[in-house]
Design a protein around this ligand. Sequence first.
Ligand SMILES: [Fe+2]
Length: 265
Amino acid sequence: MTSLSPLRVVQITDVHLFADGSQRLLGLPTMESFQAVLSQVNLLKCKPDLILLTGDLSQDGTPESYQKLQRWLTPLNIPTYWLPGNHDFLPAMEQVLDDGMISQEKSFEVGGWHFLLLNSQVLGCVHGYLTRETLNWLDQQLKMSRDRPTLVGLHHPPFMVGSDWLDGSTLQNPEDLFAVLDRHSQVKVVLFGHIHQEYSQQRRQVQYLGTPSTCIQFEPGSEDFALGDERPGFRLLHLYPDGSWWTVVKRTSYSHQLDLAAKGY
Ligand SMILES: [Fe+2]
């Protein structure tokens, strides 16, 4: 029966922490809403086996913000892996987020699944792009492990999501990513953040999943910047060794008065 039990993976994304834990993003104290999400993770019936952090972990890119992230994740005692988003500062992440249960490995195998985490960050830009070097690495990794069902993570969605203001900042070269993934049928799931909303899209045999932020939510389908009234949340995935999987988005009951006049996102 053990072989039938799934690997339980939690995706946490777009945490937007500050060096100052009381600082707010558009009126919302991001540390507080992150803590609410972690409490919800702690309430899961089965303890997760793995946490994936898919970028925009900090809003100000300071080492202190990553130290806060690490401090709050440590008591969970769950192996945690991460990748950067457009708001992150990679040198600070590499310096802080590589200790204890937090690893900066970008290719690893757990529970019969292979995980590959990509950096789609373009320095100084909001949009994403995968360099030739990253795409070649992905291709090589997939060639070396053809028999393992695989999950790929990156920060930027490789699709437009139907919001004019957000669609200018998605992954700028999705066709390059698809060209690699199309050569490797073991890829089952692609996870991302960035859009602060739940999203799901199938292309060929791969399911592409976007996940709510742990702080502010963006209104789906909005032409201009608009905040949604959905609550902060995370994604839970069950991954089975035979390559099948199941997922659900969980939301907290946390809410806070937002302030649209505050300094912009
Ligand atoms: Fe974000």
